[in-house]
Design a protein around this ligand. Structure first.
Ligand SMILES: [Zn+2]
Length: 332
């Protein structure tokens, strides 16, 4: 097994709906009497050919229609956590697209309750983690406001808020008041930016949402002033190599800007985004970049340290995980 697959790490960019493997999708479709336009695992996998972010989102939202009950969300997250633990993930900060479920009539409390049930169970695997509620930037802001009205009554169920879905043409600024409210409740703030959109989207997330981490951010390199700002303020970027290749944000893994981002002094972490759709979980993304770019053990350990210190885990938990990474680096 590649060493990277055993590296203790934190997953900071993971959409739980993007961990829905075809086998589970078809099982839940049967259990809930939901029709999917795919009769078999093979047919579903064959649909995983994307040309851009939107072509992926179309399938992603279609498949998640099978998720209906609290037990469905628990089973989905439990499957993810088991698989991630096997690849070295020790702490997972999990995005969920609440609006995509409430819009279909699934109660918010069932979504959060099911995900929390699974996280409670993950303690047995020695894993920690939490939930980040993402607003859909391509839906009317009123929908985000409606889901937030419910979420804000139970802020302790969340680590923070995020922003995802189709980026280009969907500015972050209309969501600024929701972020301000979330921050006032003590929640963290992250946002997707600079995936398909240019550096101006990253600036907007930083200035208007006061995002503490940027999800993707790969196009930041196009703006030297932004690179200086990100480096100076040590703002973490949650990079997802397989996602960028599969959604054609970059032409190939060989041309991925990860080495240039590291060379520019950016605080990069490696993550999986939607692993069921993009061909690999966190450890596999790490293994692939290690092989592609010839990263040695200490460079990999540095990426893992970045993921831990960029996480919202309490200091004590971070110290524990940094100790595990030191031991891994020493070959223990
Ligand atoms: Zn993402």
């Amino acid at each position: 097994m590649t060493a990277a697959l055993t590296l203790p790490t934190a997953e900071l960019h993971l959409h739980i709906e993007g961990t829905l493997e075809p086998e589970l999708a078809l099982k839940l479709a049967g259990r809930n009497g939901v029709e999917l336009p795919f009769a078999s695992v093979e047919e579903l996998r064959a649909a995983y050919r994307f040309t851009d972010l939107q072509s992926f989102l179309d399938l992603y939202y279609a498949c998640m229609a099978v998720l209906r009950t609290r037990a469905d969300f628990r089973d989905l997250a439990a499957a993810y956590l088991t698989r991630a633990a096997a690849e070295g993930v020790r702490h997972a900060e999990i995005f969920f697209d609440a609006q995509a479920h409430t819009a279909r009539g699934v109660p918010y409390k069932d979504v959060v309750g099911g995900l929390q049930d699974a996280l409670d169970g993950a303690a047995r695997l020695g894993m920690t983690g939490g939930l980040i509620l993402c607003f859909l930037r391509d839906a009317p802001v009123e929908e985000a406001e409606a889901v937030w009205a419910e979420a804000r009554r139970q802020p302790e169920a969340l680590l923070g808020v995020g922003l995802d879905s189709a980026e280009v043409g969907n500015p972050a600024t209309p969501f600024a008041h929701l972020y301000a409210e979330a921050r006032a409740l003590g929640l963290h703030a992250v946002a997707h930016a600079g995936e398909e959109g240019g550096p101006e989207y990253v600036w907007e997330a930083l200035r208007e949402l006061r995002a503490e981490r940027i999800d993707h951010g790969i196009r930041s390199l196009e703006d030297p002033q932004l690179v200086r700002h990100l480096a100076e303020h040590r703002i973490p970027l949650t990079v997802c190599p397989f996602s960028n290749v599969r959604l054609r944000a970059v032409p190939s893994l060989a041309e991925h800007p990860l080495p240039a981002m590291l060379a520019a002094g950016l605080r990069v972490t490696v993550n999986s985004d939607d692993p069921a759709y993009f061909g690999g979980y966190a450890g596999q993304n790490l293994a692939a970049v290690a092989e592609q770019f010839g990263l040695d053990r200490s460079s990999l350990a540095e990426l893992a340290r970045n993921s831990v210190t960029a996480s919202f885990a309490p200091d004590g938990r971070q110290a524990e995980l940094l100790g595990e990474i030191d031991a891994w680096e020493a070959g223990a």
